[in-house]
Write a protein that binds this ligand. Structure first.
Ligand SMILES: Cc1ncc(COP(=O)(O)O)c(C=O)c1O
Length: 398
């Protein structure tokens, strides 16, 4: 028998070699392996609203079981357009401006693939949601990072330096990604920060791609402003959002883009050939979800505020320095007090010895050293889960 020796890596693309598996998702696997309380990945461990589960069951019962229109069912697109007008005062044509995708994850990669050429630069605020790194690589773009600086006091805001941001814009800049409310910092970009970003986008003819998936999860009177509603941004913004976080259905995989018609046409083509479409019955349920009354969104935010205020003192108490989030459902912490060489060593110890899974801060930075003394905790969990996590973390006191 002929033996052929296949050199290792012969079949792998250069692109695939440029990034690793998601560290966040790996931490969930570690939590399962070690029986740890999972405060790592951002998914709720409590029930989704009964109304929308019923709507999904009814949609399957009514045989919404075949491919939907590739860019999304009419009902869902109409509901998105209606709510975007209600919440942000933005007029959207559901026929020409919305593309429903398999989660905002696919919405982001489809958008970047639709707009980026090899060598284009994409500005990303750092620390950043880890998907944006691989998204840039896969779309051929070069990420250019602008630092969000942690506040000096635990109660302060993460900020960026205007000069640093200005310096990141130049002739090769194609787009800037703005995630507000922000994962992992909990920052909610202010209107004046967004106006500065707007001015730079207009001056340099740059597209803004916003990830607004935590739009309704806000604390301490923080207000969410969509970049698309600022003067001059309607035709140069792609807004990304989805069902995952607002309706506690991260496993449903329904998200969307809202953008100008010409960019939407390009996104729709990429989306069609990547996935054909998002799950049809869950899109119907999504249309029902978007019709929930204002009280739903008020209690969503109030319940998350209570969870934040439950976990944060427990973390502070055992030695973490917490940066108070104004939105989203994560607490970024500084772990210097524990004297560990780096975040990976510390989170390994946490998951194996303490029984709590958290995300190493380095996974949110290009240079792991920059996040080596930071760890992120998710608080989208039941009170019992948070309390059990806090109980286990008490062992750190010793
Ligand atoms: C900022 C941000 N964008 C997108 C996602 C993923 O969203 P989806 O479930 O809609 O793909 C997450 C999930 O944690 C996130 O934190």
């Amino acid at each position: 028998m002929l033996e052929t020796v296949v050199p290792k890596k012969q079949f792998l693309s250069d692109k695939a070699a440029l990034f690793t598996e998601s560290v966040i998702r790996e931490m969930t696997r570690q939590a399962l392996l070690h029986g740890a309380v999972n405060l790592s990945q951002g998914f709720p461990d409590f029930a989704a609203p009964a109304e929308i589960k019923r709507a999904a069951q009814e949609a399957i019962g009514a045989d919404f079981n075949q491919y939907a229109i590739t860019w999304g069912t009419k009902n869902l697109r109409q509901a998105i357009a209606r709510q975007t007008q209600l919440w942000q005062g933005i007029d959207v044509d559901p026929e020409r401006q919305i593309t429903v995708c398999c989660g905002s994850t696919e919405a982001m990669i489809s958008t970047l693939m639709a707009v980026c050429n090899t060598g284009d630069e994409v500005i990303i605020f750092e620390p950043y949601y880890e998907n944006y790194g691989p998204d840039s690589v896969l779309s051929g773009a070069k990420p250019v990072f602008v630092r969000l600086h942690p506040p000096h006091s635990n109660d302060g805001e993460w900020t960026f330096d205007e000069a640093e941001l200005r310096a990141a814009f130049h002739s090769r800049t194609k787009a800037i990604i703005v995630n507000t409310p922000n994962n992992p910092t909990g920052k909610v970009f202010t209107r004046s920060e967004l106006e500065l970003i707007r001015d730079l986008c207009v001056e340099h003819n740059v597209l803004a791609v916003t990830d607004e998936i935590y739009e309704h999860i806000l604390y301490d009177d923080a207000r969410h402003v969509s970049l698309a509603r600022l003067d001059g941004m309607k035709d140069r913004t792609v807004t990304i959002n989805g069902l995952s976080k607002t309706y506690s259905v991260t496993g449903w995989r329904v998200g969307w883009t809202i953008g100008p018609p010409d960019i939407t046409s390009a996104i729709r083509k990429v989306h069609d050939f990547l996935t054909v479409g998002a799950p049809a019955p869950l899109q119907e349920a999504g249309a029902a979800a978007l019709g929930l009354p204002p009280s739903y969104y008020e209690s969503l935010a109030a319940n998350y505020r209570a969870r934040r205020d439950r976990l944060m003192p427990a973390l502070t108490d055992v030695g973490f320095r917490c940066f108070r989030p104004r939105g989203a459902y994560y607490i970024m912490t500084d772990i210097s007090a524990f004297g560990y060489a780096n975040d990976l060593e510390f989170t390994r110890f946490l998951v194996k010895e303490i029984g709590v899974a958290a995300v190493p801060g380095s996974s949110f930075y290009r240079d792991p050293q920059d996040g080596a003394q930071q760890v992120r905790f998710a608080f989208c969990k039941k009170d019992e889960t948070l309390d059990e996590g806090a109980r286990r973390l008490c062992k750190l006191r010793g």
